[in-house]
Design a protein around this ligand. Structure first.
Ligand code: FAD
Length: 497
């Protein structure tokens, strides 16, 4: 992703070399994305028809959270902003006017209805259901996002990496398939070159460490400390498996996150298979128990298939840019994959690198500004994830009891205190850019069954008619879209889609 983007940004005014090992594997997971990923592909000038079918890709309209409040209950966290009526979000109006026997998300979003009916976000002619959001955003970046694009992707991450390596090489990136076995530094500690097994020394001005949680350069060579988040986010292991679809022809256009005894389990439907994994805390579950739980969940599909046990390094590098090395990906930061943020962090890191790209003066202020933005984005997601565990309605075993009482960061505590009185807005969630908007915070909070003490007092003095009309319009639009849109499977299995 980084090599391709640097090439797209700087063309041949910058020489880029991509070094990849065939002996050190990649992590082999990371298949669900954010809807902001469209800016990445648009920036590269890639239409989804060019890459999606090559990468086993499918659509993701949001995340379905199952069993987080009580067994059998679920809600969707969609890529859809809440609408407003008379200056207040529909969620605020729902607290006052809504039928509280109906789940909040089904009343306030169109996307929930599309997920329930397994609809594609595109009509068979390729047009988007929310036509005003269609069209390439050109070379836009995260900073220019004005609207919430209604879908993201599920894909085979290894295939995407291969596709992007090919894209990069076609545009002049040098691709070296080899192992880095040694790193040389000058007397200041700056990296002068890396030594590969078969291709000799590779010198450069700037080194981007994309070596995953090994953090070969930023951690091992430069010694930058890693700040663990385990005190507030205790899940530290995962076990993953790739299985055939349960019911070919019935593709869910969403990721499912199902709460389990000691964590939660993901289901990511790709075009030709599902990715499943159990994220858990080893304080409450052994790897063998986790594997049994996962196998039971997907049975009989995974019975003869191998699983991938993964130790998760949850936290962030104190600084992601040190001397002439910038860490991007798992080498920089990772929080558990509950909101699919790993690839978003990569995209954000790359964009910030382009914005802060140095010249030979190496102005320290550029690196400092970069580090601040990366740290804030990661810390904001950390707070948002803490909210998930605090908001969860479950307290049926030690794992979930501990999740509700575990200490949180001061910033998360402050945000959560705010929701006691009224729902969040952009002023009251974590204050720096972290990819999530207030509607996401509110969706998780309300979706898991929480409510402020009462609805906004101001609404008692206002005419509810505009809000009622907006709810009625939303319901009518949802009914029409469900009727007119093809199923996700039908759309993606069309020849040439
Ligand atoms: C359990 C789990 C689930 C996840 N799910 C999601 C998800 O749904 N959505 C999401 O956005 N993110 C997810 N992530 C995060 C996501 O997997 C990563 O952000 C993403 O895969 C990027 O990884 P990476 O490139 O940093 O590291 P890796 O995939 O580990 O790649 C490291 C690369 O460095 C190379 N390398 C290492 N050492 C050397 C060396 N000495 N010489 C040469 N090359 C070397 C390797 O060959 C490899 O290509 C998940 C992570 C985990 C742990």
């Amino acid at each position: 992703m980084t090599a391709a983007y640097l090439r797209a940004a700087f063309g041949d005014r910058l020489d880029v070399t991509l070094v990849e090992s065939t002996t050190v594997g990649s992590i082999g997971v990371g298949e669900a994305t954010f809807s902001t990923i469209r800016h990445y592909f648009d920036y590269l000038g890639l239409d989804e028809a060019e890459w999606l079918p090559n990468c086993d890709g499918s659509y993701k309209l949001g995340i379905r959270f199952e069993n987080w409040s009580t067994p059998g209950e679920y809600f969707y966290h969609p890529f859809e902003r809440l609408r407003d009526a008379d200056g207040f979000s529909l969620a605020e109006w729902w607290l006052k006017l809504g039928d509280h026997r109906r789940p909040f998300d089904r009343e306030c979003f169109i996307t929930s209805a599309l997920c329930e009916a397994r609809r594609s976000p595109r009509f068979l002619d390729g047009s988007l259901f929310a036509g005003d959001l269609d069209g390439s955003s050109g070379r836009s970046t995260l900073a220019e996002q004005r609207a919430q694009f209604p879908y993201a992707y599920h894909f085979d991450a290894d295939k995407v990496a291969r596709f992007l390596a090919g894209y990069s090489v076609d545009r002049g990136v040098r691709h070296v398939v080899d192992d880095v076995v040694h790193t040389a530094q000058d007397q200041r500690g700056w990296i002068t070159h890396v030594v590969t097994r078969d291709h000799g020394d590779l010198a450069a001005d700037l080194f981007v460490d994309c070596t995953g949680s090994r953090a070969e350069l930023i951690g091992k060579v430069l010694g930058e400390p890693f700040i663990s988040f385990q005190d507030v986010l205790p899940n530290n292991r995962a076990v993953a498996i790739r299985v055939p679809h349960e019911c070919p022809g019935r593709m869910n256009p969403y990721t499912t996150a199902t709460a389990m005894e000691a964590g939660w389990l993901w289901t990511i439907p790709l075009l030709h298979r599902d990715g499943n994994g159990y994220v858990y805390s080893d304080e409450f579950c052994t790897p063998e128990q986790a594997e049994r739980t996962l196998r039971r969940y997907v049975a009989p599909r995974g019975d003869d298939l191998e699983v991938n046990h993964i130790a998760m390094r949850v936290g962030r590098s104190r600084e992601s840019w040190v001397k002439n090395c910038v860490a991007i990906g798992l080498s920089s930061a990772f929080v558990e994959p509950l909101e699919s943020t790993g690839i978003f962090f990569i995209q954000h890191g790359i964009e910030q690198l382009v914005k802060h790209f140095p010249d030979r003066q190496w102005d320290r202020a550029l690196a400092q500004s970069y580090n601040t933005r990366i740290a804030r984005a990661v810390d904001g997601v950390k707070d948002f994830l803490i909210l998930h565990y605090r908001a969860a309605g479950r307290d049926d075993n030690q794992y979930w009891k501990a999740a509700k009482t575990r200490k949180a960061t001061d910033t998360a505590e402050e945000c959560m205190e705010g929701a006691r009185v009224h729902l969040w807005d952009q002023e009251t969630i974590y204050p720096h850019y972290h990819g999530f908007e207030s509607y996401s915070w509110n969706t998780i909070w309300l979706g898991m069954g929480n409510r402020p003490e009462r609805f906004r007092p101001a609404l008692a003095h206002m005419d509810p008619a505009p809000a009622s009309a907006e709810f009625a319009k939303l319901r009518a639009q949802a009914r029409r879209m469900v009727k007119e849109l093809p199923s996700c499977h039908e759309y993606l299995s069309q020849p040439g889609s």
